[in-house]
Design a protein around this ligand. Structure first.
Ligand code: GTP
Ligand code: MG
Length: 333
């Protein structure tokens, strides 16, 4: 994707200097934040530019100009679309099996495309194991309730295990090598790196024909880097930006996005579960589906949907983690 010819105007989207007021020095500043094309600039917020030492006035002007260029050249989709098109997009919605029928049922048929599904729970409850399983099932044909695509795995905790993928594939009668080839892996070292990776994601989704993006976990770097109350607002704003990008990506590319989240002690709670999801309201509002997972008796797992507008409150499902990854309890017997 270099330049695109349209009736109106031809534009080289990698030529930032074609925007009035942007010279070599500004271009370099922008590049240092991963903004290397007119598309990046159009998707950036003036605030991001101000962090690079660009004045508020200029920052706003550059972002606006980038959007205008894209609109004039036909690159930018119209922001307003007819409801009939919304309906068409909804029809394209697909569902991905988790490996457990009861978990799928709880989700109304599986993990949905065009949405963010958030897995929440304490360490060892099985979030990473579910993500591994989904990377395998995503590659299944549609009649086996897969998405017939590859998976992109963004790992912030260094817990991705290709050996485990092999094992799950083999136990499901699938060729391990082929399944591993269908998972594109990215290690992410800090929250800025995560932001950059997600900004670039659209390109990789297209390139690898991905149908699933996993971010395991969405919160860990933010929690580690932002300590103390004073920094919370900035942390939440960055998290918000990330989640909006992910949701837009899910909708535009019709892919499933699965993120994991930890729990933190909830000092307000005297009865019931003493934990609550991290990330506060930002995560609660951005995720389409939030699934809370707990370890239960006999090494089984209990999943429960929380705050979903579409599912019955507190819908529950039991499942198990075995050599096949995620599966139903009765399959074991
Ligand atoms: P954190 O990332 O620490 O928050 O935890 P998590 O929720 O990601 O937990 P994870 O998915 O790593 O689950 C770990 C649990 O999965 C282990 O305690 C085991 O019970 C189970 N598990 C992990 N690997 C295997 C495996 O190869 N076979 C089986 N049967 N179970 C496994
Ligand atoms: Mg994990």
């Amino acid at each position: 994707m270099g330049s695109k010819k349209t009736a109106e105007k031809e534009v080289d989207i990698f030529d930032l200097q074609s925007i009035e007021g942007i010279g070599k020095a500004t271009e370099e500043k922008l590049a240092s934040a991963g903004i290397t094309s007119v598309l990046d600039l159009a998707a950036a917020t003036p605030r991001e530019l101000m962090e690079l030492g660009i004045s508020a006035e200029k920052a706003e002007e550059f972002c606006l100009k980038a959007r205008l260029i894209l609109m004039e050249s036909g690159f930018l989709d119209k922001e307003f679309i007819p409801a009939s098109e919304v309906m068409e997009r909804r029809k394209a919605l697909q569902r991905l099996t988790t490996g457990s029928q009861s978990l799928d049922n709880m989700l109304g048929g599986g993990v949905e495309t065009q949405a963010i599904t958030e897995l929440i729970g304490e360490f060892g409850c099985g979030k990473t194991q579910i993500c591994h399983t989904l990377c395998v099932t995503a590659q299944l044909p549609a009649d086996e309730r897969g998405l017939e695509g590859t998976a992109i795995y963004i790992d912030t905790e260094a817990t991705f295990r290709p050996e485990r993928i092999s094992q799950i594939a083999e136990a499901r009668g699938l060729p391990p090598k082929k399944i591993l080839d269908g998972i594109i892996f990215a290690n992410v070292y800090n929250s800025s790196h995560l932001q950059l990776t997600i900004k670039e994601l659209g390109r990789y989704i297209e390139k690898f024909k991905a149908k699933l993006v996993v971010v395991d976990s969405i919160i860990s770097h933010f929690r580690a880097e932002y300590v103390g109350r004073g920094t919370l607002a900035e942390r939440q704003q960055r998290l918000n930006d990330l989640l909006h990008r992910l949701l837009r990506m899910a909708q535009v590319h019709n892919i499933a996005v699965v993120v994991t989240n930890q729990v933190q002690a909830n000092p307000d709670q005297f009865f019931g579960d003493p934990n609550k999801p991290s990330g506060g309201h930002i995560l609660a509002h951005s995720s389409t589906y939030r699934i809370y997972i707990r370890r239960s008796a006999n090494n089984t797992r209990l999943a429960r949907i929380i705050d979903s507008p579409y599912h019955p409150a507190n819908a529950e499902a039991y499942f198990k983690i075995t050599e096949k990854g995620v599966e139903d309890l009765q399959e074991e017997k």
